[in-house]
Every structure is written in structure tokens, then in C-alpha cells.
Write a protein that binds this ligand. Structure first.
Ligand SMILES: Nc1ncnc2c1ncn2[C@@H]1O[C@H](COP(=O)(O)OP(=O)(O)OP(=O)(O)O)[C@@H](O)[C@H]1O
Ligand SMILES: [Mg+2]
Length: 304
């Protein structure tokens, strides 16, 4: 395997804010690589440095051997970008948006037309190809932005929250398409706040907090680092009830946050049995997941 994108001590400062703080990574060719992290963690900033939209403050960032600061034209040529904010032209139709965008890449009209048709089909936007963008629903706009990101047949696709606001059908459609693109050998970078999405799609991912990487690896490997394979959630637990429960769970690995006790375990049955006669309002048993790890590492409180 060869790394197609490498960051070494990569840092981005906006004035006093260090948005990305000396991170190191190597993304392999053909890999689907995820960036997870709370709001303001620095995900979009990393993406923007890769697609040469903001400058690198210090450190090194190379895309297919090209330094992003010295060879931005070469880098942009092999990238497809789906930015976090939709920036489609609202006055143009779905179809025209694709054609207009293709001009930035110097694609011939004939090729652009063929490619636009193919992509509209690929993202099930055919019936809307003559609709103005402002007549599209949020999810359709997102799919059009995805289609637009592929107009130049990129080697690397950068997706900044591609499925935010999509309904389950559209989300699954996008997942299928991403896997299809991956099979074609395209390297895909993905940021998402959906932990299930990251678990299903990513070969490897990093979790970022305050501009630093705090975990990295294949999703299932990361999940296995949790103190148990199962989680018992005891919900609607008030302080008093918590005090009375404490002796029953004192030997377990658990966390009490808000109104919920989270117990991590490999063997839920004896715990559930011991709690049975307590008549607790809401008990949920489920598998531990990436979101548990995310919340464990980044804390449960809201980011500004
Ligand atoms: N143009 C800018 N000028 C100043 N500060 C910025 C700018 N862009 C981003 N920041 C700051 O950099 C930090 C990282 O922002 P970034 O957009 O990379 O976060 P993110 O991880 O993508 O968050 P989200 O999940 O909300 O999209 C934040 O503190 C943000 O306020
Ligand atoms: Mg972002």
C-alpha cells in the first residue's frame, strides 16, 4: 500500500485559534478514511487544507507527492470536493450546475454532457435535471453536490458531511454509491457526525478534539477498546434512585450522566437479573458502538 495523502505536524492557526494542532496521518490509496470529532474540532479545516482552500500554517501536507502549498493546481485537478456548505448556483438547473462546474476543469462540452447525464442517473436525479436548484429539496441538493464533486472523475474524493440532512433512503443510496466508487479505486475522505455511518463505511478513522487526534484505527478495533461489548442503559434515574443502585453496580464499569447510567459489560444477564426487582422505569440493553467511544473520549457536554 502507498500513502496518497500525508500530513506531518500539520498545523492551522486562525489568529489565536489553533484549529489543527500538529497532526500526523497517512491515508492509503483506495482507502475510505474518516474524520470524526465534535463541532469545531478541526475536521473541515483539515479538509480545506487538503483541497487548497486555506493555507497551511506549519508542517507538511502532500497529496500524491505534491505539496499543497507549492502545487495547488496539480492537487485540485485530482480531487473531487463536496464541501460542508452547499454552494450550488441556485439560479441554474440541476443539469446546468454540473456543466458549468465542469468548465473549471477544462472538460470538453461533449465529455461534460455525457458525464453529467451519467452522474444524474447515478444519484437518481434524472427527473429533476431541468429543475432550478432552488426547487430541489435539501437532500436532492446534497446529492447534486455529490454528483458535482465527481464531474472531473477524481482520484480522491473529499466529503465533508455528505449525508447530513438526508433521509434514510438517500443515505443508504449514498453509502452504496460510495462503496461503488471505492471499488473503482477512488480514495475517499469522509467527515460525519453519524457514528453508524463511520462504522459501516470507514476502513480507518481518526477522532479529533481541539485540533488533535485522540484515537485512530479501524472502527471495529476502536469499538473493541471499550470496557465491554454490551451496554446496559438505565434511563430516567434520579439522584436518589442512583444512590440506592450504587451498591448493586459497584463492581461494574459504569458512568452516570444526566438521567442515565451506562454499564459496560461482556455479560449483561446477571446484572439485569440483579436489577430486575428494582422496577426501574427504562432499561435498555444494546451493543457498545462507536458513539460510546466518541462520547467517552470527547465527553458528554455540548461544544460551543
Ligand atoms: N475562517 C476562520 N476564521 C477563524 N476561525 C475559524 C475559521 N474557520 C474555522 N475556524 C475555527 O477553527 C476551529 C475548527 O473549525 P472547523 O470548521 O474545522 O471544525 P469542524 O470540526 O469542521 O466542526 P463542525 O463539526 O461544526 O463542522 C473552530 O474553532 C472554528 O471556529
Ligand atoms: Mg466542519
Amino acid at each position: 500500500m502507498t500513502a496518497i495523502i500525508t500530513g506531518k505536524n500539520l498545523t492551522k492557526r486562525y489568529g489565536d485559534i489553533t484549529a489543527v494542532d500538529s497532526v500526523n496521518f497517512a491515508i492509503e490509496q483506495g482507502e475510505l478514511f474518516g474524520f470524526l470529532g465534535p463541532n469545531g474540532a478541526g475536521k473541515t479545516t483539515i479538509m480545506k487544507m487538503i483541497y487548497c482552500f486555506v493555507s497551511v500554517t506549519s508542517g507538511q501536507l502532500r497529496v500524491k507527492g505534491m505539496d499543497v502549498m507549492n502545487k495547488p493546481r496539480g492537487v485540485k485537478k485530482i480531487l473531487g470536493v463536496v464541501p460542508q456548505e452547499d454552494n450550488l448556483d441556485p439560479d441554474l438547473t440541476t443539469y446546468e450546475n454540473l456543466i458549468t462546474y465542469s468548465r473549471y476543469y477544462g472538460i470538453s462540452k461533449k465529455d461534460a454532457v455525457a458525464r453529467a447525464r451519467e452522474l444524474l442517473e447515478f444519484f437518481s436525479l434524472n427527473v429533476k435535471n431541468q429543475s432550478a436548484v432552488m426547487e430541489l429539496s435539501g437532500g436532492m441538493k446534497r446529492r447534486l453536490t455529490l454528483a458535482r464533486g465527481l464531474i472531473n472523475d477524481p482520484e480522491i474524493l473529499i466529503l465533508d458531511e455528505p449525508t447530513t440532512g438526508l433521509d434514510p433512503q438517500a443515505r443508504h443510496l449514498v453509502w452504496q454509491k460510495l462503496r461503488e466508487l471505492k471499488r473503482k479505486g477512488i480514495t475517499i475522505l469522509l467527515t460525519t457526525h453519524y457514528m453508524d455511518e463511520a462504522t459501516y463505511l470507514c476502513d480507518r478513522l481518526v477522532m479529533i478534539d481541539n485540533g488533535k487526534f485522540i484515537a485512530e484505527g479501524p472502527p471495529m478495533e476502536l469499538i473493541r477498546k471499550l470496557p465491554g461489548r454490551m451496554v446496559i442503559e438505565l434511563q430516567e434515574i434520579e439522584g436518589q434512585v442512583y444512590e440506592s443502585l450504587k451498591p448493586l453496580i459497584e463492581n461494574e464499569v459504569y458512568e452516570y450522566f444526566g438521567d442515565t447510567i451506562y454499564i459496560f459489560t461482556n455479560d449483561p444477564k446477571p446484572i439485569l437479573d440483579s436489577l430486575a426487582e428494582m422496577n426501574l422505569p427504562r432499561v435498555i440493553e444494546r451493543y457498545a458502538n462507536l458513539e460510546d467511544l466518541f462520547l467517552k473520549l470527547t465527553g458528554r457536554s455540548l461544544r460551543e
